[in-house]
Design a protein around this ligand. Structure first.
Ligand SMILES: CC(C)(COP(=O)(O)OP(=O)(O)OC[C@H]1O[C@@H](n2cnc3c(N)ncnc32)[C@H](O)[C@@H]1OP(=O)(O)O)[C@@H](O)C(=O)NCCC(=O)NCCS
Length: 592
């Protein structure tokens, strides 16, 4: 993939400092599915590994390490699926210098594999194996694999802490036994870029230019990308790493970062299609459940999003504020509003949203945006700007619900208004609603309900304590019922949902529709991970409603004290972010 140089604005100093550089294309060897999965708590299922493998393949990664089949049945299955997927990329296996591991690869029909064995004295003594015994194991496993038609890349675990003399003996033994490639490995991430270059240079001198040398490094000192680049400069023709730098401890080298650095800063090509970088990174974050810091290099969500007014002034001149074009790495540029905005931020955002606001109103809008951003200690959303521009006074809401509400053509979930008060009062005095929803005996009057709609509920939206809305008829806007998000646990990213419908509006499934709208909004726009519901096991209409909303039953919470009925069993339901991701890809929103 040849990079578009006119999208890179790094000046000329690097070129002057670095001539001459290697010019050949560097191969990218991805180990997200094996070494990446070693990140604490990450489990990727075989179908997810296949999905990631396809995305790696589509992005131009040359080799995919599909897994270590002997770890578990699932790993075996994943390797089998990926090997049979007809990918353009080469599918590689992983094996210790152990005959049974190699036999598994043969059984799976894998034709290329890394064979690893520890070569540092520290690792050898931890294993209780002598140097000579390890050399025998290396020879035996490598030659057995080679005899069975497997291309072997010998992988000397902890190369960077091995005695150099034994490092040479181990790699020479592996090549003599039939290894056609070798991997220099900084298992513990201790190598400086200079040390990486030294070790790779040793390996190249030892094995000659016909045996490709790989670099595999970790990021314990934050130098993984730098070390990978240094390894390439010293003659490594393959770089191993993972998407997002996932992996043990501080993770592996981030292949996307390495590819961009090689191409953009050093002029060394790879075959990675960098325009797929963001999409690939997002997929792995979502499947692995490991979000990245928004400022993460290359793939972070906020790299091309500007809040600061000083920077917004130069927003339309990207080279003035960014090192390379967003499009180069598949990202989008955007302005967001908040406490740090400037008049230019307002101008750009208003144009983007098509708001007809005269220029002389910009300072007033800016002051309001800053006030709301500060009050809510966050960003001001596009919808909030629309409301500010329309003259509404906002009170920085932690739950910034859209002014237009949420609709599906049949029902609309919208803010409660004073006009709803009589209907709400009727609902709250309805004996069946009180009983089925488990509310305390009603002490509501027209006055308390109005107080609640006009003051208590808006205050709770500001503080993020609760958010109650009307379920309304989409055509007539008539009040049909109530729906609420409560029990917010912001740190845990979860909340609970509840609802009731007036007797005359029942029987048309409006609650299920409202649940779908509000729960999806809470996950997609408020950013929640999990919405829960607790439904008495005998409340059939409500059970059907929550199922209609796409929630999954998780079990029964037994004998819970109910305000009306004594102890009841509650069915516990949830909708989680992953449920939505599985149904359709998440849309990207900046500042929305
Ligand atoms: C739960 C409630 C909000 C649902 O209102 P709604 O949207 O009008 O729901 P519907 O009457 O259309 O019923 C939804 C589903 O339940 C079924 N259902 C309703 N009453 C039922 C009953 N008594 N027995 C069996 N099924 C019933 C309907 O057939 C429908 O099924 P479907 O989705 O397969 O078509 C409403 O009944 C209500 O307000 N109940 C009192 C308050 C309450 O229970 N809140 C929930 C507390 S957990």
């Amino acid at each position: 993939m040849s990079i578009e140089r006119d999208k890179i604005w790094t000046g000329t100093i690097n070129k002057q400092a670095l001539e001459p550089q290697p010019r050949h294309t560097i191969g990218l060897y991805d180990t997200t599915l094996r070494d990446g999965e070693q990140s604490v708590g990450v489990v990727l299922m075989p179908d997810e590994k296949l999905e990631i493998a396809r995305a790696l393949d589509a992005a131009g990664i040359d080799r995919i390490e599909a897994g270590f089949p002997r770890v578990s049945e699932d790993d075996w299955r994943a390797v089998e699926l990926i090997a049979a997927a007809g990918l353009r990329a080469e599918v590689w296996g992983f094996s210790r210098a152990v005959r049974a591991d190699v036999e598994a690869l043969v059984e799976l029909g894998i034709t290329a594999s890394v064979i690893e064995s520890p070569i540092s004295d520290g690792k050898l003594s931890a294993l209780g194996v002598s140097r000579d015994t390890m050399l025998d194991r290396i020879r035996s496993a490598v030659s057995f694999a080679a005899e069975n038609g497997i291309d072997v890349a010998f992988f000397g675990v902890d190369s960077s802490r091995a005695d150099l003399e034994f490092f040479r003996r181990a790699y020479a033994a592996a090549v003599e036994a039939g290894a056609t490639e070798v991997v220099v490995v900084d298992t513990i991430g201790i190598a400086t870029p200079e040390a990486a270059a030294l070790l790779v240079g040793e390996a190249v001198d030892l094995v000659g230019h016909d045996v490709p040398v790989h670099w595999h490094g970790h990021d314990d000192f934050g130098l993984a990308t730098a070390a990978a680049v240094a390894a390439v400069q010293a003659g490594a023709t393959w770089v191993q790493g993972t998407v997002n730098g996932m992996g043990e401890r501080a993770g592996n080298a981030d292949l996307i970062e390495v590819a961009l650095a090689l191409e953009a800063l050093y002029g060394i090509p790879t075959r990675l299609d960098l325009s797929k970088a963001h999409e690939l990174s997002r997929l792995v974050q979502e499947r692995a459940g490991t979000p990245l810091a928004p400022w993460k290099a290359v793939t972070g969500e906020n790299l091309f999003v500007r809040e600061s007014g000083a920077v917004a002034a130069q927003f339309e001149d990207p080279p003035a504020v960014e090192p390379y074009a967003a499009a180069l790495v598949g990202q989008e540029r955007g302005i967001v509003l908040g406490k740090k905005s400037g008049v230019d931020s307002i101008r750009i955002k208003a144009a983007e949203l098509g708001l007809a606001v005269p220029e002389d109103r910009y300072p007033g809008l800016l002051a309001e945006v800053k006030r709301v951003g500060t009050e809510k200690r966050g960003l001001v959303t596009d919808d909030e700007l629309r409301r500010i521009a329309a003259g509404e006074t906002l009170h920085g809401e932690k739950v910034p619900f859209p002014a237009a509400g949420l609709g599906d053509g049949v029902v609309r979930v919208r803010r409660l208004t004073a006009d709803d008060a009589d209907h709400v009062l009727r609902g709250l005095n309805d004996p069946q609603i009180l009983r089925d929803a488990g509310f305390p005996p009603s002490e509501h009057t027209a006055e308390t309900v109005r107080e609640k709609i006009e003051r208590t509920r808006p205050a709770q939206m500001r503080t993020g304590e609760a958010a109650e809305f009307a379920i309304a008829d989409a055509a007539t806007d008539a009040f049909l019922g109530s729906i609420i998000l409560h029990g917010f646990r912001w740190a845990a990213s979860q909340a609970e949902i509840g609802y009731w419908v007036l007797p005359e509006a029942r029987g048309q499934g409006v609650a299920g529709r409202a649940v779908t709208l509000l729960a999806h909004w809470a996950i997609e726009e408020l950013g929640f991970n999990r919405i829960e519901a607790y439904v008495p096991v005998d409340n059939t209409a409500s059970l059907r409603t929550i199922q209609r909303g796409g929630f999954t039953e998780e079990g029964t919470v037994r004998s819970v004290l109910d305000q009306q009925r004594g102890h009841v069993d509650l069915a516990q339901y949830s909708l989680v972010r992953g449920d939505l991701d599985r149904r359709r890809p998440r849309s990207k929103r900046v500042g929305g």
